[in-house]
Design a protein around this ligand. Sequence first.
Ligand SMILES: C[S@@+](CC[C@H](N)C(=O)[O-])C[C@H]1O[C@@H](n2cnc3c(N)ncnc32)[C@H](O)[C@@H]1O
Length: 326
Amino acid sequence: MPPFQLWKWQTSIPRLRSVMTGETPVLRSPLMKRGQKNIKELIKWARDYLILKKLPNPQLVAELVAEEITGKDRINFYLEPEITVDDKQEDLFKKNIRGCGRKIPLAYITGKQHFMGDVFFIRPGIFIPRPETEVLVEEALQLIQKLNKECPGREIIVVDIGTGSGNIAISIAKRIKKVFIYATDISNYALQIAKRNACFHEVQERIEFLPGDLFSPLKEKKLMERIDMIISNPPYVEGKKMRYLPEEVKKEPDFTLNGGEEGLDFYQKIIPASYVWLRKNGFLMLEISCDQAKKVTQILYERFKNLPQIFYDLENNTRVVCIRKT
Ligand SMILES: C[S@@+](CC[C@H](N)C(=O)[O-])C[C@H]1O[C@@H](n2cnc3c(N)ncnc32)[C@H](O)[C@@H]1O
């Protein structure tokens, strides 16, 4: 059969035709008003569309976009028989699904990302928090509790370098009251979003956001040798790997990902500087990629002359390194 006829034959299948054209086959009950669409049908259309676009987890993505549009939790799409949306909502739903099809990250479409069980506002142009970074936060929380016990009555000072949306700093401040955090970032735009997140989570009184390069904004704060913990998830992708990143990841700004030729540029700056800024017994905690543990621990050992600790993520990859200044 020549290709044209094959196309005609394929598109005569109603479901496939609807996916290709964007029309949604609608189950309409007698009670449903004109212009109202059943969300389950829209989700089915979206799933098929995203399968065609080879997007991973198409069902989940479709449901998450539907959550945004309806304001309902996705479990309700299957518990409540008829959740409907109007024309405007349908258009927005389809626009967002097509955005996913073009590999725009879901967090940029919905404007939100979950981290440590909380919601953070996200905008295109800033880094999207990853679940792996929760390991860094979990371990930091344990060590801050330890510091709290070692120095009762004193506020613990934490510095978050490259705070992005503020997810690390805010997650710590939410869980530990006797802590003050200075959070720096080179991007003023990221800091605007971070401040908004801090207000939303009601921790803005205990975090100061400072624009600038790495430690430079701390100079005016008279913090030399007063910092209890320095924490960072710096850009760490190897320069030559940048062009092979998944399309979605490439939509995030280069300066939030690119760690220089070997991916180590930020570690080479942050580690020696941290030694200078930390107080005695203070901790440096860094997220790393799974293949950087050896090189980063070597840089740590050279400066701190102490043995670093390594923490693993759920997939058993090395994910966090930590060292104490003795
Ligand atoms: C991998 S992202 C981490 C964001 C956030 N902390 C997280 O874990 O989700 C790295 C962050 O470092 C920031 N950054 C890049 N270069 C920087 C520099 N020279 N000084 C301070 N921050 C920088 C980027 O803007 C970005 O927000």
